[in-house]
Write a protein that binds this ligand. Structure first.
Ligand SMILES: C[S@@+](CC[C@H](N)C(=O)[O-])C[C@H]1O[C@@H](n2cnc3c(N)ncnc32)[C@H](O)[C@@H]1O
Length: 183
């Protein structure tokens, strides 16, 4: 079981049908490829990486989903004000790639009408150490990309302030998955 499977299972447990989905930082699009089969009728995939979006587009075409997915190449926080809301918002391994989790989660929460699911690295000693090492090598390589271990309690508090309650929390060795529902 990986974190994406946990997230998909959590969303499916809500029993939604014909939902709209906003997948932020969807990468190769695993979440909408899956949820368009049973839970979602349409999806928007916003990603800062054009390489990932290209892969996601090709796979969506292979599955016959192209007409139902709106692909947007952008930093979500830059385009959020131009986008509509969705029933379900997902961020699978995305907050840990973005320095300002407050800005990202705030915009994500404002775009969710019903549910928001996210995965992020757990706050454990071994991940603190591993991420420090990873970021050290990134600096040596002069690569500006960093991985962030954001405070889970602060992310949770932000989403609660935005009117959500956490209805599911699952942990793997590295990743934690949290599902929130709008109250
Ligand atoms: C580690 S990858 C995860 C991809 C996919 N969700 C998965 O779990 O396989 C992080 C993705 O988030 C995207 N990303 C990070 N911050 C973003 C932002 N603010 N707006 C849009 N995409 C973002 C990156 O471009 C990348 O595709």
């Amino acid at each position: 079981m990986n974190q994406t499977r946990l997230l998909l299972g959590a969303i499916r447990s809500l029993g939604l049908k014909d939902a709209s989905l906003l997948d932020i930082g969807g990468g190769i699009g695993a979440i909408h490829h899956e949820l368009l089969n049973d839970v979602a009728s349409e999806a928007t995939h916003v990603d800062a990486s054009s390489a990932y979006l290209k892969e996601a587009r090709q796979e969506a075409a292979r599955r016959g989903h192209s007409e139902r997915v709106n692909f947007i190449h952008a930093d979500f926080t830059d385009v959020a004000s131009e986008l509509g809301t969705a029933d379900i918002v997902t961020l699978d391994r995305v907050v840990c790639c973005y320095p300002d989790f407050r800005r990202l989660l705030q915009a994500a929460a404002e775009h969710s009408q019903r549910a928001l699911a996210l995965t992020y690295p757990r706050e454990t000693w071994y991940l603190r150490f591993a991420l420090k090492v990873a970021n050290f090598f990134q600096r040596l390589r002069r690569d500006p990309f960093r991985v962030f271990l954001h405070p889970i309690a602060d992310m949770d508090a932000l989403l609660k302030r935005e009117g959500f309650q956490r209805v599911s929390l699952r942990r793997l060795f590295v990743w934690e998955m949290a599902l929130y529902q709008r109250m």
